[in-house]
Design a protein around this ligand. Structure first.
Ligand SMILES: [Zn+2]
Length: 289
């Protein structure tokens, strides 16, 4: 099935059922993959138990099924891959690009200034976070939807955490390791993650891993301009009428709404064929209603 020269994925964190914003990301990554005869994988990013609901993975899969969004291969759970992340962390440690950080999270300005850069593990007591030391700050990539992106990561981001003080692996490390190990070469996701991308590219470069092609979608916001999320009490998507939910998502993505389709299978196969990246609005956000 499919053409392994394109591998895409949808990678929700199971903080709750999918809301409309996450469905838009799921649909766009699905359509872009299918349009290129590619594979579409599902990965559950369950690395942060305090923020998760144990029901969510099953709820998410039920919602995707109801919308006809069928994924290829077995679902991956990040919680089952801790030893893999540990191995890559060791690789980074051997390259001497990691250091322990004891700064209190609340006191750190949005760009970390490198206070702990010269700390050593032997002189630092746990608990500490582990930071990645940026040596080559300039990161550039050509985003499918956003276009050319360029970051001076030292000035704009600062050395960043790869393992947290509570011993949980940071999203930045796990996600790029998984994308590379699963040979994911196209990452289509919401642009709330745009500023994460340079961090993931830095890690990939340090580990000599291939960097996927990225496409960051405009963020779906509510009437008040807030990102749809569990924190803003975004409602779970309505799976009782999947066709109208999918059409709504297609409209937000600037695509034809496939009004003649009578079932999700037909709608998705037509929408996959007709998918045009150039129609996706390239503004920062789109209104969900
Ligand atoms: Zn520090």
């Amino acid at each position: 099935m499919g053409n392994a020269s394109y591998i895409g994925r949808f990678a929700p964190s199971p903080s709750g059922p999918l809301h409309f914003g996450s469905l838009v990301a799921a649909l766009a990554s699905y359509l872009d993959a299918r349009n290129h005869d590619g594979l579409w994988l599902l990965r559950i990013e369950d690395l942060d138990p305090p923020r998760e609901s144990s029901m969510a993975p099953k709820e998410i899969m039920t919602q995707l099924h109801a919308c006809g969004l069928e994924w290829d291969q077995e679902v991956t759970y990040q919680s089952a891959r801790i030893d893999v992340y540990e191995r890559y962390l060791e690789n980074l440690a051997e390259q001497n690009v990691l250091y322990p950080c004891v700064c209190a999270r609340k006191k750190i300005p949005s760009v970390y200034s490198g206070t702990c850069r010269d700390r050593t593990y032997s002189s630092t007591e746990k608990p500490y976070a582990i930071r990645f030391r940026i040596n080559n700050p300039l990161v550039q990539f050509n985003d499918i939807f956003v276009g050319e992106a360029s970051y001076d990561t030292t000035r704009e981001i600062g050395d960043f955490i790869v393992k947290r003080k509570d011993e949980l692996f940071a999203y930045q490390l796990a996600v790029i390791v998984d994308d590379c190990e699963q040979k994911v070469n196209h990452v289509i996701r919401g642009n709330d993650l745009l500023s994460s991308t340079p961090r993931q590219i830095l890690i990939a470069a340090q580990l000599s891993l291939p960097v996927p092609r990225y496409g960051h979608l405009p963020l779906v916001v509510d009437r008040n301009g807030n990102k749809l999320s569990k924190q803003t009490h975004a409602a779970p998507i309505d799976t009782s009428s999947p066709l109208s939910t999918l059409r709504h998502a297609l409209r937000v993505l600037g695509q034809d709404t496939q009004d003649h389709a009578t079932n999700t299978k037909q709608l998705l196969s037509n929408a996959s064929r007709k998918w045009k990246r150039s129609l996706v609005p390239n503004n920062n956000h789109v209104h969900g209603n």
